[in-house]
Design a protein around this ligand. Structure first.
Ligand SMILES: *Cc1c(COP(=O)(O)O)cnc(C)c1O
Length: 370
């Protein structure tokens, strides 16, 4: 069996180091806001060249806290793609703001600039205050165009960097280009904790301060609650695990890129579209996503029979989810999102795949498509 991701294989070589780091936290019994939190925040800021990095409870809360810190209020409109994980729009809705969907670019699966322009033109009555581009599968959205639109329309920009920690756009790290970047360290992400964890990146001192207050019950000093905040802190145990794993991230991402290049080469000439990397992007292949011009169901089924796990991320676009019914979207509103939800499949691309496993995946796909 080749799973879509094998965390046991990833953890094994650094197990002694991680066990020691966790033991130290238990020995000191500093489980909340130990100095390890700040140490990890400094490492992440250094790694991404962000001025500030604020550890939080998970990637969803990172988006939510960023929006609140940037002044997004209940009733404001916030644009995001219709084709992404639920949490992008879920976090927007949790602030009381209204998710406003846009379609995606069919090549990169990231938010379509044309669609964003249309939304701004036809939804003039809504108080649109922010945009949350998603760097889906590990490559950045068209940030220059997004920043330009944001400037023209006075929109705040929160980059959903859950799948792209370590990716680059024009030499800048994903999550450091907009007003804030929301990072997820969900175990299955390229840098994964041993549970839930996240981070908000920003270059603004004011936003950094607001985030620190918001994540900790609105506290600046203990029992001095300035605003209604949240319990959205990063766990100390997660911080030490992540600090050990961060050292390996670049080598893992390089291996993912190598695997992706190998697949691209091997799938040439087949009736299948390999990932298209946007101009200026360094893709870190959180997912390696293939596309057919028909439904990918048969291929997924075929691979399952061969013992290879493959998936559609994501099979139901957000505008068609029951929970967003109140937004009154209909089938057909975002044709590229709806098509991608049918025609794509992600295959295993994780760093620990062996050459033999890569070849087995390739030959299994060839078998059906040749
Ligand atoms: C994983 C993910 C999130 C949410 O992160 P959590 O840490 O699970 O809360 C948000 N957006 C996207 C695109 C994701 O993939």
């Amino acid at each position: 069996m080749i799973p879509i991701l094998d965390l046991k294989k990833q953890i094994a070589p650094m197990r002694v180091e991680i066990d020691a780091a966790i033991k130290k936290v238990i020995d000191t019994a500093n489980f909340i806001f130990g100095k390890e939190i700040y140490a990890f925040e400094i490492e992440v800021a250094r790694y991404t060249n962000a001025k500030y990095a604020v550890g939080v409870s998970n990637g969803t809360d990172a988006i939510k806290l960023a929006l609140v810190a940037l002044g997004i209020k209940p009733g404001d409109g916030v644009i995001c793609p219709a084709f992404t994980y639920y949490a992008t729009a879920g976090a927007i809705a949790c602030t009381g703001a209204i998710p406003i969907f846009a379609d995606i670019d069919p090549d990169t699966y990231n938010i379509s600039i044309l669609s964003v322009e249309n939304v701004l033109k036809y939804k003039k009555k809504l108080k649109i205050k922010a945009i949350v581009p998603v760097h889906l599968y590990g490559q950045c959205a068209d940030m220059d165009s997004i920043l330009k639109i944001a400037r023209q329309n006075k929109l705040k920009v929160v980059e959903d960097t859950a799948q792209a920690f370590g990716a680059e756009y024009k030499g800048r790290y994903a999550g450091t280009i907009g007003d804030c970047g929301a990072v997820s360290f969900f175990p299955g992400k390229n840098l994964g904790a041993f549970g839930d964890a996240g981070m908000v990146l920003t270059n603004s001192k004011i936003i950094d301060e607001k985030l620190r207050i918001l994540r900790n019950q609105g506290n600046k000093k203990k029992y001095d609650h300035l605003v209604i905040g949240y319990n959205n802190r990063l766990d100390t145990i997660q911080a030490v695990v992540l600090n050990v794993k961060l050292k390996y991230l670049d080598s893992w991402n390089k291996k993912r890129q190598g695997n992706a290049e190998y697949f691209n080469e091997q799938f040439k000439g087949l009736r299948i579209k390999t990932p298209i990397v946007g101009k200026y992007n360094i893709h870190i292949y959180h997912q390696y996503v293939l596309r057919l011009n028909t439904s990918s169901k048969k291929l997924i089924e075929h691979l399952r029979n061969k013992g290879i796990d493959s998936r559609i991320y994501y099979p139901v676009p957000l505008h068609l989810q029951k929970c967003f019914k109140y937004l009154n979207y209909r089938k057909g509103d975002f044709p590229e999102s709806e098509k991608a939800a049918v025609q794509t499949l992600a295959i295993p691309v994780y760093p620990d795949l062996t050459g033999q496993e890569l070849d087995y995946i390739v030959s299994s796909i060839r078998e059906l498509l040749q």
